[in-house]
Structures are given as structure tokens and as C-alpha cells.
Design a protein around this ligand. Structure first.
Ligand SMILES: [Zn+2]
Length: 119
């Protein structure tokens, strides 16, 4: 093989390696995003499951009561301790109807605060 040709091949390989390095960096950044999203979704899922469980228990409790009582306690706020919701909010999760259980990424949420102040 001619030296010149060999040099050109090595240069080409070097370029490809550089591109692979860049691709790897991009993939790693993407993976980090996915890991964070996955973590947040797991937390959200856990909160929603807890909420379903509480709702089920509440419905069981209300099953024997008059329909007026049941209707009263089935509203969003009722039966769910204000302290629990305030704690959830402090931990960085939405407690408003719009985004309940999801992570608060942009600081305070006006809907959550309005909801907390209503109580
Ligand atoms: Zn909110």
C-alpha cells in the first residue's frame, strides 16, 4: 500500500472516531434525560396508586352511608388530609387537579397554591 493512501485511510478513520465520540456524548445526554423522566414517572405512578387506594377505601367506607354523605365526601379535597397534600407539595409535586402527582418542574404552581389557600 502506498504511504499516501494509507495516511488518507488513517485520517478517514480518525474522522469517523471523532463522529462516534460525538454520537456517544449525545446518546449519554439523551439517556440522562430518559433516566430523569423515568424517575419522575415512577414517583408520579406511586402517588397516583396511593391516591387510587385511598379513593377505594373511602368508597368502601361510604358504601353504607346515605347518598348525601357519600356525595359530600367524594369531592376532591374531602377525606384527604390537608397536611398530606401540603407535604406532597413541599416535596415538589403537584396537588392541583390539572397535574396531580406529577413533579413540579417550574417552581411554584398557581393552581396548587390556589388549592392550598382555599382550605
Ligand atoms: Zn399544580
Amino acid at each position: 500500500m502506498e504511504e499516501k493512501e494509507f495516511f488518507s485511510q488513517v485520517s478517514h478513520l480518525e474522522e469517523q472516531l471523532g463522529q462516534i465520540y460525538v454520537d456517544f456524548g449525545n446518546m449519554k445526554a439523551h439517556l440522562a434525560d430518559l433516566m430523569e423522566e423515568n424517575h419522575n414517572l415512577q414517583l408520579e405512578n406511586r402517588h397516583l396508586r396511593e391516591r387510587i387506594e385511598k379513593t377505594k377505601q373511602r368508597q368502601k367506607k361510604n358504601a353504607g352511608k346515605s347518598s348525601a354523605d357519600a356525595a359530600d365526601t367524594s369531592s376532591f379535597q374531602a377525606g384527604e388530609g390537608y397536611d398530606n397534600l401540603a407535604r406532597l407539595y413541599q416535596e415538589g409535586f403537584h396537588i392541583c387537579n390539572l397535574h396531580y402527582g406529577s413533579v413540579r418542574k417550574d417552581g411554584d404552581c398557581l393552581f396548587c397554591l390556589a388549592f392550598l389557600n382555599k382550605k
